[in-house]
Design a binder for this molecule. Sequence first.
Ligand SMILES: Cc1ncc(COP(=O)(O)O)c(C=O)c1O
Length: 391
Amino acid sequence: MTKQTDARTLIAGRGVVEPFRVMKMLDLVHRRRAAGQETIMLCAGQPSTGAPEAVLSAAETALRDSPLGYTEVVGDRGLREIVAHWHSRTYGVETGPDNVVITTGSSGGFVAAFLATLEIGDTVALARPGYPAYRNILKSLGVGVVDLPCGAETNFQPTAAMLEALPEPPKAVLVTSPGNPSGTIIDPGEIEKIAQWCDAHGAVLISDEDYHGLSFGKPTVTARQFSDNAIVVGTLSKYFSMTGWRVGWLILPDALVETVENLQASHSLCAPAISQIAGRAAFSPEATEELDGHLERYRETRRVLLDALPGIGLDTFAEPDGGLYLWVDVSSVTEDSEAWASELVDAIGVALAPGVDFDPVDGHSWVRLSLCGPAEEAAEAVRRLGQYLGR
Ligand SMILES: Cc1ncc(COP(=O)(O)O)c(C=O)c1O
């Protein structure tokens, strides 16, 4: 037998990134449920529903009628045309299919966009709290992160003034609206100022628009309304309720399309064919009707949580304008949200997402609750939590 190589010799420093604690919590919930232990899941980062009916029947047809080989590297032409048309119609911009690249979830899009625009040693400005994968992918690519700490004063979102105050401009700025974990939406005027600042300072604006379609009333704008240089990232995972189908897209400036195409050709060849072909139907009027119904359920769960949490003393949170989450300050209860979240699963069968994933500095006293489950379950979770806390 050969002697196993020591981990320190085997593992490259850039490959070592933080674990995604939410996914660990999800695993725990699945294990508990498999063992017959009832658990309320408020930690999920995905809709609890499946793909729209129209997509399911399109997938059945595609399975039988199509060889489902590789699609074009940049994605199925039909889907690219539909995404381009949807983007143009929704935001009043002129997006052509040649600027759309279909990716393996938006996650695949981020890797391609970062590789296409950032050198090793460059920096990207990001909101904190924010989606943890950004900093993990960037670290593994040798790119630095400039934190933009965002609190209630700016609705948990970055501003152009924060960029202006940086000692030197970063190579890129990444914004996420509606946000994860905050659910807050950046005002259109602020996105415009951020886009102008990026153009004036030669910084690439990357706009994560994955949670578009999920607004409780506030308007969402695309960064492409304000700059043709902006890179927009989108997905079928959130509003479209097709998380595991792994389809996302990039809307790119002309100058980047070929570079991203060549990167994607070597990294993944193409996004899953069946998901792309069936995904065309996600934009149909029948699908939209079904998906808008899900939004109404998220709205109801949001209302229940916002009404009930102050009653148990948890009255500091980011009020979500959209998205799928509620970001709650639990500093009155714990300074270790990870340990507290584990304790709650065991004690009352309620699974929350610990805040440290989203904010490595202050997240130890925050948790993220998901709006994806039924309102009755959310109400029951708050009742159990109140009882547990003696409030
Ligand atoms: C803000 C944000 N961006 C990107 C993603 C990645 O999603 P996907 O790869 O499924 O499109 C997620 C997933 O939760 C997210 O919350």
